[in-house]
Structure formats: structure tokens, C-alpha cells
Design a protein around this ligand. Sequence first.
Ligand SMILES: [Zn+2]
Length: 985
Amino acid sequence: MTDANKNVVLERHEFILKGAQDEREYRGLELTNGIRVLLVSDPTTDKSAAALDVNVGHLMDPWELPGLAHFCEHMLFLGTAKYPSENEYFKFLTAHAGRANANTATDHTNYFFEVKPDQLPGALDRFVQFFLSPQFTESATEREVCAVDSEHSNNLNNDAWRFLQVHRSCAKPGHDYGKFGTGNKKTLLEDARKQGIEPRDALLQFHKKWYSSNIMTCCIIGKESLDVLESYLGTFEFAAIDNKKLERQIWKEFPFGPEQLGKRIDVVPIKDTRQISISFPFPDLTGEFLSQPEHYISHLIGHEGHGSLLSELKRLGWVVSLQSGYVVQAAGFGNFQVGIELSTEGLEHVDEIIQLMFNYIGMMQSSGPKQWVHEELAELRAVTFRFKDKEQPMAMASCVAARLQRIPFKHVLSSPHLLTNYEPVRIKELLSMLIPSNMKIQVVSQKFKGQEGNTNEPVYGTEIKVTRISSETMQKYEEALKTSHHALHLPEKNQYIATKFDQKPRELVKSDHPRLINDDEWSRVWFKQDDEYKMPKQETKLALTTPIVSQSPRMTLLSRLWLRCLSDSLAEESYSAKVAGLNYELESSFFGVQMRVSGYAEKQALFSKHLTKRLFNFKIDQTRFDVLFDSLKRDLTNHAFSQPYVLSQHYTELLVVDKEWSKQQLLAVCESVKLEDVQRFGKEMLQAFHLELLVYGNSTEKETIQLSKDLIDILKSAAPSSRPLFRNEHILRREIQLNNGDEYIYRHLQTTHDVGCVQVTYQIGVQNTYDNAVIGLIKNLITEPAFDTLRTKESLGYIVWTRTHFNCGTVALQILVQGPKSVDHVLERIEAFLESVRKEIVEMPQEEFENRVSGLIAQLEEKPKTLSCRFKKFWDEIECRQYNFTRIEEDVELLKTIKKEDVIALFDKKIRKGAAERRKLAVIVHGKSEDRAAVNEIIKKHLEDGKKKKEVLYLDQLRQFLPLYGQPIAAINLKPIGIDPCLGQ
Ligand SMILES: [Zn+2]
């Protein structure tokens, strides 16, 4: 520690509660200017990170300038006195395997970044300038308003944002909670100027008023020792941030008083959804982290087991799902909410549903808090904290900095987990707030469209109708609170809580990746014992290959519906396991179905076998079937209202993948599907199958072999006449190969969003180490310039992506822009950008180029932080059937030999305009207001032009005449799965 540093630290807090497995070191500091800092020293980390949180958010926006706090967040990134260049910060970070972001919430704003560990000092130096000397230049101000505006346009037709603003707009007039937080060009520029306010002056004023060190908190995570990390605070002048001695703002008044409560708000959604959310104003419980009384309450109301509110609502056929939870909305007030997704039938029974909810709450009130429920929750939380996975550094820095605003140093890591105190009196007190007169209901359905008395929420234009709930209805709710219901009762004690945490006997064979321990005509089994994370955890995943699932749209629909029914019928019996940290997921894939079980190892094999048995042995009644089928149909229909970038990805897939069913195709076959078909489907699926299994974690080879045998036996006994797959029944998916020089455009005219989107794909070819690595490097080199040029300088859109796309054994480079500008113009600007970025790469000094390569290598070599993340990497290799477990090492070896000329050579061969082997596909999703006639003119012109730009007029066009790419050869020499078609069994 330097002498200079002694003067910046006012107080040290060395004792910080941490998990038993946690080897990082922590130190809390309060600096002389009031910033509270948590330092985290982790010599093993391969990323360093930092976050700074300021206790100012959009509730502090001046009423005449909605969105100012958010705008200020955007502007801080764009140049400081010490580093005036607008993209200096992002440029530095991307050059060193880093990234950054920020967000503005109601009462705080959080800035965070991560970077290669040896570059932490340089990143901190640039970061701290935001709070020492931001520039807020004139030119950036005007442009960045457009970025905020474009961000708002993206949210404009998004139901989640719309519902939130409806909730806010119903607050007491004049309460800060009712403000519009994002802001847009109208609020920040046009309206401001009309009122004689210059936005830049307002920004400066806002920053001057609120960005005070005494309401800032910070977290820094690095490889360095705590003393060295501490010295950075002095070197980079954290203590020089201005202390304006601000008082922390706390809202003493709730946003909803008697006048706003007892009301029902009907809301018309964009998507076809039906839901009720019932909210109760609740106190700010941040300070009660040792007892978390709200957790007790939401655990019971949101329970999904036998006797729960959800269980009964499902039996009645009224709901799809239910959640309950508590949030602190801003310092001083919170909200307890029960959210229910309704079935069609359920929409007709809103009152009865609410009565049932009050029956359940009434039961909790009259039976009083139960200590055993609290103890069970406390035990589960304690185990979670003991064996907590390591967090990703940037996410951790951001969370901890935010938490430090209100939580003492000692508890800053443990506060979300440990429940040390039981406070029955407080639970009772809070339960007594869950009463009809303290409630507000929001009911969402398209059937309210155009009903008499509707008005529009001013910011998003959402159609709503606010009515006071009649006294008769309120009376019914009150009575429900005092009435018991025969079907409702508290849950049983949880049998799934893990008790054994020892490491299993160590394997003699050591391997860095999964080993094949069995391969026959029925199954392929992979296993690896974990010796890296040393947690009592495990992951088990099985892929059941049954080609019938993708045979036809009807079969695909049936498999999805079957999975939905299955998951639903398993939900009740497996809920306790889920609460106890034993999770499962079921998903359908092109090849069949997959099941993943994760969590504590002790009861995992048992649970996997139990679930496999249930795959083909579950009952579903007609009522429930109707609800689930209806919800699947709605999901399929609602896809059309998705964000343009979601649609562009969907259409790209439909255009280039050899066999892919569209949502409309699946909808078209819905009529032909009945309950009996779904019940039969499970067994039909098993007529011919192959099982691939991976177990990774605290397990042994012997246990895994036994598990695979048991699973095969279970599957065979479910369908006694089943047989192994023939080899030619299982075919990998392939992608359509455009011709060299092709440039196709597919257009979709959507009718929901004002913004449009352009997604350009440059096909590179079948994956191979060289192309994968060089394209990865090109992607890395163009990401920051794409953001800087297309988003910041040209304001083409708020969403700008570049990515390498691995699909069906091929690799491609993709660039995506979503925004308000004409999409044909954006398409041209992407082309111009490619030319300018090529020049940038050509002119890049050798040293910088080498830095970029080593930055990318560091990124690739980053260790997965958790056993689950490591598992996912292994599984990806198995799922694509390339089994290249040393992929990263190969990429790294190759990158070490790459020269700039190699990068330019590939760029000039496959990406640059006019390149000999360029294969370009642009999917354009037009904004809803784009002029149709003009679009048709463009199409006509392109068609007449002939060769150069070809408009794809229908989705199936390309597959009519283009060839398919092959698949890369698997890295491990294995015989294909199943049996030889000419040999029989
Ligand atoms: Zn933003």
C-alpha cells in the first residue's frame, strides 16, 4: 500500500461472510469521499471486472424531461476530458477481450465492465473518468438522443414494457413512480426545446446535481492482491470524485393509495396473451435480509405441489401457470404480486380465481406462520450458499455494487441467501396486508379491444380501461378470505433435500473431457468425473434420437404438444425436487427429445430413472389438454408479433436449412391433432430409437454404466416391440449452399413494429479449424467498429450485432441492424461499413493486431465458471455429433500462427463486395409503416436488374435448385449410430 493511499481510505471492513467453498478474498472500504467499495481478489480469475453504482435513477428525472437519467447513462460513455475520443472505452475493452454495459433503474444506475486481467488498470483509468470529467459534447448529445429514441421504438410494441407503464400510469398523480423512464426524442429534445430547455444544459445540470461520490458504491474484482487492488483506488483517483454530500432519496409515500387501490384495469395486449396480475403495495424490506419474511409468503402462494393454489386452478382448467413474488420498486416502497397466465376458460372466471387466491391467503393467515416451513427454506438456502457456483465476474461486480447501496459490508455476499432469523410476527403483519382493499388488478386480454370506456396510456398508447371494483365483488373477496377451501392445504415436508455432500471415489482413468464408456446399437454413453469444481453436483443429459419427430409438420407438432403435456403433468410431483435444487428440463430437437437433470448428485440417478419412466406413463385429462394445446397454438400465433430481429433469424433458418417447418405449417395441422394422438405418441416414438447419454460431475463410471442400462431397460419395457435405429434413418441436418457470387434478398413485411431489421449472412462453408478461427477473429475485429459506425455515428439502429454463426456443420458471418431507418438504406450502409472496416484492418499497426489476437485467445481460453457451463460445452460437441472436445486448443494453436494477410485474404475471398466466393443472403424485415408500393418497386427493379441482386420471392425458392453443404467429419473415429441397413440386427 502506498502512502498516498492511506489518505483515501476512511474505514476498512475486513470481515465479510462468504461461502465455505469460496476461496476469493474480500475487503470492504469506505473512501474519504464516501464511496463504498468491495475489493475481490481472485488469483485464478481469467477476467477482471468492475462496477460502479450511483443512487440516482429515472424516478429522479425532472417532470419536464422524462428519460434524463437514462440519457445521462448513455452520454457518459461518449468521451471524457482525459480520453476525448467517443469510442475509446469500448475500443480499449474489445481490444482486450472485454465488454461493458450499463442500466438505469428507478433509483440507481449501474455501470460495469470486464476485461483481461492484466488490463484492469487501463480499464479502471478509462472507467473512472466517467465520474470525474465526462464531456457531454454537443454533437454526441444530438446523436445519442437518436439512440435512446431507437431503444424506445424497440420497446414500443413490447407487451412487458407496455404493461409496466400501465401499472405506473395508475400511480397517484405526482408520484415519481408514474414517470416514463426510457425517454425518447420527443421528451428529451422536441418537448424540451419547446419549453425552452436545452437538453445538453439539462444533462450537465443533472449530472452535477446527482453524481455525488457519497451515493456511489463500487466493486472491483481482479487477480491482484487486496493491497494492490486497494492501491488502484488512489492511483486512479476514485477518491477525487466530487462529494456533494447528497442525502439518499427515500420515498416515504406509496405510489398507490386508497384512491388507486380496489381497481381493476383491463389492458389490451399486442400479443394474444391472457393474464391477471394482482398487486399489493408492500413495504421496502431491504433491511430485513436476515429474515426475508416475504420469501416465506411467496414460497407458499407460488407453490406448485399437491394442495397448492396452482394445483387447484389447473384442475379447474383455468390457468396455464402462476408466479408470486416480491420486488423493491425503489427505496421506501415495494410490491407483492401474483401473476397468472389464464386459459380461454379462465378469462371467464377471473373473480373465482381471485376468490381462490384469497381462500389460500386466508388459510395462511388463520393457521399462522409455521416454523418448519421457515426452517426448510433456511436449510435449502444455507446449502446453496455453501456450495454456491462461482459467478461470472462482471455479473457479480454489478450485483454487489448495487447491493452495497443498502446492505452492510459484512452481509453483502450472503444477504440474498442466508435466512438466519425467523420473524413470525413480521410474517403475520405482512400477511395481513394481502387483503382485497389493498389490492389492484390488471387483466390482460385482446377481447377488451375497443370496449366502451377504453382510454390510451399516454406513452405507449396501450388501450386500457380503469374501473373501481364493485362493493359486491369486494365483499365476495372478503368472504373468501374467511372461508376455507377443501382442496387447499400447506405443502408436505420436502423429501428431496440433499444430505450427502461427499466426493465419490476417484476414478483411476483421468481425462480432460468425456470418455466413451459404452457404444452399442442402442446407446452411446459418455462420462467424465469432475475434478475441477469439486462440488457435490452433477449433470445428466440424454438425447433420444427418434427420426419420426421431424418427419412431417404434424409429427413435429405432436412431439411438442406431447412434451408440453408431459412437463405439465410432472410439474406437481417434481416441484419439491426443484425447490431442493434438483432440476430437469425437457426439450424437443430435430432428432427427437432431450432430457437434462442437474443439481445435487445424491438423488440424481434415482430422479433421472423416475422421470424416464414417466415419459411414457403419464395421464392427462381433456380439460388440461385443451388448456395446454391452446397455449401452444397461441405461442405459435404470437411468433408473428415478435421483434423484427427474432423474425429475421427465423426466416434465415427457413431459407437455408434443408428441413425446417414454419410456425404457420405447424398451425395448419393443429386441427388434425386429438388427445388420443398425444397419448399414443410417446410409444410410437419408441418404435425405433437410439440413446446418447452424458454424465458429468460427482459420479463414477460404474454408476453411469448402471444408469445407462437401467434407462435402456425402462425404454424397452415401455415399448416391447422397439428396435434400434437403422443407420440411414438418422441423418444430420444440412444447409443450402448458395453459389459463389450470389446475393439474395428475402423480404418480410411485418405489421407490428415501427422498426425494421436487416440481417446479412455471409456463408463461409463447411466448418474447419482454419475458417472457424479466422472468421472468429474477423468477427472480433469488426464488432466494436460496427457498433461505433452503424449505431453511434450513423444512428441506424439501437440493436447492432455481429456474430459467427455455426449451423448444421457450416460457419457463417452475420451482421444485424434493427432500427427505424429504411432497411434498403441500412443494407447499403452495411456494405459500405465492410469496406471501411477492411481498410481499418489493413491499416491496423502490427502491435495492435497482435493484441487483438491475444485478446481473442484469452477469451477462448476463459474457463467456464461453473460445472453446468463446462457441461454445456461438452454437450454441444455431442449434440452436433462432431465430438471435437479439443476444439478450443486447436483454434488457439491456429490463431497463434495467423497473420494479418491471412485475415485480409479470407475477407477478400468470401466477404468483400465482388469477392470471388462471396455467398450473401440478406433477410429484411420491413417496419410496419414502410411504404408497400415503394418496396414493390425495389423488388421489381432488382428482378429486372437480373444477376446481381436476386430477390427471393418465396421461402422455398432456394431449395429448389441449390445444393447442400456436407457435414464436417467427426473428430473421433466412431461408427455411425444404430445398425447397418443391410445386415439387420
Ligand atoms: Zn439505454
